[in-house]
Write a protein that binds this ligand. Structure first.
Ligand code: SF4
Ligand code: SF4
Length: 450
């Protein structure tokens, strides 16, 4: 495939991968192939949804994060923590305890990402009213969904909400507040504690923005382990004891399914799980669901509590968050906002462009030729989608052949036929298959008796 357009956090460790192909089969954008017995991610097709990470039985797929020690490059080390983080801890620990334990792990302050939610809800409602002609407006909250639309539903990119998500607004607000207090900008380090790979990718190569305000990303499981250790070591008395205010109900619910759609006026849908989202977007593209104002779409089942980097069962965390009946002194929009004018002038993002990686060629003529090749190949290929060729299905193999990345002999049905017609020697077939699945996959059959 062509070069990568975006950075990705998901990587395959070839020393662990044994080429079982589970990841390839689970990938919703057909971004994985098996080559020389190992999974290979085509980076220009990947949307960082994390489905491959979930499906690998040996944890050969990992999420590359920043080194935790990077926080010490700044005198002001701010942890930007999504609310789902707190739902992972047993109820014996209060949120205040957990925030103090994050300080104990090395940060100098903790800011909850969803602080900006009341401000954002106000802005989204204004936006939806103003952009009636672009309906349905599609939420920009889940970065895997934004990338999915760019890759698989390019005609819907103009429906994406062009406002920053809570993380970016909170980052802008936090940095401005500290700078206005007289702190040098270069001394401020904002670190996001991520529940998933998609957010890392969005920070490292933001869509619709030149650069991110975030200085680093720490995987949520890493901070959970450090925080839990601190809490365990300070069972009787917390060494650090700062008082933090709590989020209101709407802000706490935002990262859950329906946390967003419920508070936007109009006829809204909330869909979670990337395969459900794909099904639904196909219907939207075909105009099968008329009259929708706003779509909350999240790649993970149960939204952010289903992120791959959480350590506790997603349904349990969702219940803990929903059952928390605290309605503290509501953090009013004006309480959160340090400089409303500044935030309003920074909340918009640029138009999201389609990523035409699914299109076959920039040159229309060549693209048409490739399309004809694929259509011709699909008449020959067996349509069994057996994946023995190292591609997820016959159509993906046809695409790869049209892009000169595979050959028709990789299909075992065609191989056998060519052998029968003396167009291919058995040892050549063996070479082709072992090039896909790795030589060691075949060595054990050497002395097999009939
Ligand atoms: S992160 Fe998602 S899109 Fe990317 S390779 Fe894995 S399954 Fe495919
Ligand atoms: S699921 Fe993918 S990465 Fe994991 S062992 Fe199988 S082929 Fe390799």
């Amino acid at each position: 495939m062509g070069q990568a357009h975006f950075s990705h956090a998901l990587k395959v460790d070839p020393h662990i991968c044994f080429g079982c192909s589970r990841c390839m089969v689970s990938c919703p954008t057909e971004a994985i192939r098996i080559k020389k017995g190992k999974a290979v991610i085509y980076e220009d097709r990947c949307v960082d949804c994390g489905e491959c990470y979930r499906s690998c039985p040996v944890h050969a797929i990992y999420i590359k994060q920043d080194d935790f020690e990077k926080i010490h490059m700044f005198s002001h080390k701010i942890a930007l923590v999504p609310h789902v983080f707190f739902g992972q801890f047993p109820s014996q620990f209060t949120q205040n305890d957990i925030k103090n334990a994050i300080l104990g792990a090395g940060f100098t302050d903790v800011v909850e990402v969803e602080q900006s939610v009341p401000f954002l809800i106000e802005q989204i409602n204004k936006y939806v009213k103003k952009h009636a002609e672009d309906k349905p407006i599609i939420s920009s909250f889940c970065p895997a969904i934004v990338r999915l639309i760019q890759v698989k539903f390019p005609s819907l990119t103009s429906n994406i909400l062009l406002l920053k998500p809570p993380l970016d607004i909170t980052a802008y607000n936090t940095r401005k507040r500290l700078v206005d207090q007289g702190i040098d900008n270069s001394d401020i380090g904002l670190f996001y504690i991520t529940p998933c790979a998609a957010k890392i990718a969005a920070i490292k190569s933001p869509v619709g923005e030149e650069e991110s305000q975030i200085d680093g990303v720490i995987n949520m499981d890493t901070l959970f382990n450090r925080t839990f250790t601190y809490l365990s070591n300070n069972k009787n008395k917390m060494e650090i004891n700062r008082e933090y205010s709590k989020l209101n109900f709407r802000s706490r619910r935002w990262p859950l399914t329906e946390g967003e759609s419920k508070y936007i006026k109009g006829n809204n849908f909330a869909i979670d799980g990337i395969h459900n989202v794909i099904d639904f977007l196909e219907k939207i593209e075909d105009d099968e669901v008329p009259g929708v104002d706003y779509l909350e779409l999240r790649a993970c089942i149960e939204s952010c509590v289903g992120g791959v980097l959480l350590t506790t069962n997603k349904f349990l965390i969702a219940e803990r968050i929903k059952n928390n009946n605290d309605e503290p002194e509501v953090i009013k929009v004006q309480n959160f906002i340090h400089d409303k004018e500044y935030l309003e002038s920074h909340i918009a993002v640029n138009k999201v462009e389609p990523r035409n990686i699914m299109s076959l060629d920039d040159n229309i003529e060549k693209a048409m030729q490739k399309l004809t090749t694929i259509s011709d190949l699909m008449k020959i290929l067996p349509q069994t989608d057996c994946s023995a060729c190292g591609a997820p299905n016959c159509n993906a193999l046809a695409n790869d052949i049209a892009n000169n990345e595979s050959t028709i002999e990789q299909c075992i049905f065609i191989q056998k036929n060519m052998e029968a017609e003396n167009k291919l020697k058995p040892e050549e077939s063996y070479e082709i298959l072992s090039d896909i699945w790795g030589k060691n996959k075949f060595s054990k059959y050497k002395n097999l008796k009939k």
